[in-house]
Write a new protein. Structure first.
Length: 153
């Protein structure tokens, strides 16, 4: 499934300084019993990842995005939250995912394999070693490839 979105309301993690600071941390809460990852691949092919430690059996998509320190913005829609901007891509936008424009594709990785997310990022539950992946794709790319696999910490 493709998660699309717009961004009139930034999330708590939309502070670019926080994103920059988190790039120096190999894994947030490294001593936690479980770890999950966020991978973001830009249209340029450049990509970043973050590792987040957690204690419960699962961590939800909203929490992992907030704790990752990666900047993102959302728009609230009837169906839930739509993601418009991740790690400052697109640089600027007036409306969230206008027709014939690039969009963020959402993936889930488990046991070394990516699959398209079955719903929005807030619906995702990640277990130990799983990853949430974002890839910024062109509008004509109806079956986008997945982002790179995370490097395990």
């Amino acid at each position: 499934m493709v998660s699309i979105g717009c961004g009139s309301q930034p999330t708590a993690s939309s502070n670019p300084t926080a994103a920059s600071a988190s790039s120096r941390i190999p894994c947030a809460d490294i001593k936690a019993p479980h770890h999950a990852y966020v991978v973001v691949q830009h249209m340029s092919g450049d990509w970043i990842q973050r590792c987040i430690g957690f204690a419960p059996t699962y961590i939800d998509g909203q929490t992992i995005m907030d704790r990752s320190g990666i900047q993102y913005q959302v728009q609230y829609l009837e169906a839930g939250k739509a993601v418009c901007q991740v790690d400052l891509e697109p640089r600027q936008y007036r409306e969230c995912v206008p027709p014939n424009s690039p969009r963020w594709a959402l993936f889930i990785e488990s046991q070394g394999r990516w699959s398209k997310a079955p719903g929005g990022y807030t619906d995702i539950q990640l277990g130990d070693g799983d990853a949430l992946g974002w890839r910024y794709v062109r509008p004509e790319d109806q079956a986008p490839g997945s982002p790179p696999l995370p490097r395990r910490v």
